[in-house]
Design a protein. Structure first.
Length: 339
């Protein structure tokens, strides 16, 4: 298989796959660096980012780079723009979060709404006599211009809706329908609340917790992609090698089957026995051989035995012949007996 792998075609394919693998490795390193940088940045605690207008634009997403960091915002609350978010468990307590809209004056003279989680209270503090959550029992918003300081958090997923000032999630898509726009995409969780409320704990949303693992997952995916490119090259070489072996095996089997066919040997034997040139050749040789003719078919032999004159001559010759002639006559007698 090494000879197949060293062919120019597969060497060129290997070079291409190596380049693709290197690119995947760079992308994997980049994703890993992003995940590591985000984890490292949060390990030292939240950063002080300053005024929210310098950190986040209205409608911009709260990214992992700034989520959980401390921002400040200046504006005014209105009594009608406040909701209660019940069904939370904080420090072992059945809690309800109080969220209000802060009207922030922007540098361009416009106004934007910033959801602010003012703090949390026990659920029984905002529960009416009928056992239902009553938004009117929430601590009232402060009057006038205020400055709030807290962690910048991403919006939660919108599932339900707002009903009588009660909502299940701190979700800006729901609040914008209740309060109006323009509105910031995230919210501020106050770290030092007033009016007897408790400070908000760090958010554990899927966004803030899942993004780092998402980057790590992307990194592992790029590593797998790089390995797949190399595997694809190896698979191509192995397939070509096995195809060539199969072709060679088939050619060898055809060669062996052709040489071992019974028809070939029969044809050769038949050609030897039925070839008309063989019989005549042997007959001609026997006919042309003087010794064979003298022994069997030559009429002179019969003339020698039947003609009286020839027999007398033979007797006279036999009497005076040398031993060699006697040997010839004996041989002739033998031949006559055989015939």
């Amino acid at each position: 298989m090494l000879r197949v792998a060293l062919r120019p075609r597969f060497l060129g394919l290997l070079a291409l796959m190596v380049v693709a693998t290197l690119v995947c490795g760079l992308l994997a390193g980049w994703q890993w660096d992003r995940a590591h940088r985000a984890i490292t940045d949060k390990a030292d605690g939240p950063a002080q980012l300053g005024d929210i207008e310098d950190v986040l634009g209205v409608g911009d997403a709260v990214t992992n780079a700034i989520v959980g960091d401390i921002v400040t915002a200046t504006g005014a609350f209105t009594a009608d723009d406040q909701v209660v978010v019940p069904g939370r468990s904080i420090d072992g307590e059945d809690a309800a979060i109080i969220v209000a809209a802060l009207h922030v004056d922007l540098d361009d003279g416009t106004e934007a709404l910033l959801p602010v989680a003012r703090g949390w209270v026990r659920a029984d503090e905002v529960t009416g006599d009928d056992g239902e959550i009553d938004a009117s029992l929430a601590p009232p918003v402060p009057d006038g211009q205020v400055q709030v300081t807290g962690r910048l958090e991403a919006s939660e997923s919108a599932v339900g809706g707002v009903e009588d000032g009660v909502v299940d999630e701190i979700a800006t898509p729901l609040l914008v329908n209740e309060w109006g726009s323009p509105m910031y995409a995230g919210f501020v969780a106050v770290t030092e609340p007033a009016d007897g409320m408790q400070p908000m704990p760090p958010a554990e949303s899927a966004f803030s917790k899942g993004l780092n693992w998402q980057n790590i997952g992307y990194s592992l995916q790029w590593v797998l992609f790089g390995g797949f490119f190399l595997f694809l090259w190896w698979r191509s070489v192995r397939t070509a090698y096995l195809d060539e072996l199969a072709e060679q095996r088939e050619a060898l089997e055809r060669s062996v089957a052709g040489s071992a066919e019974p028809g070939s040997a029969a044809s050769s034997s038949s050609a030897t026995s039925t070839d008309p040139s063989v019989g005549p050749a042997v007959s001609s040789a026997a006919a042309d051989d003087p010794s064979v003719g003298a022994t069997t078919d030559d009429p002179s032999v019969g003339a020698t035995t039947d003609d009286p004159s020839v027999g007398a001559t033979a007797d006279a010759a036999a009497a005076s012949a040398a031993p060699t002639a006697s040997a010839s006559v004996e041989a002739g007698s033998t031949l006559d007996k055989d015939v």
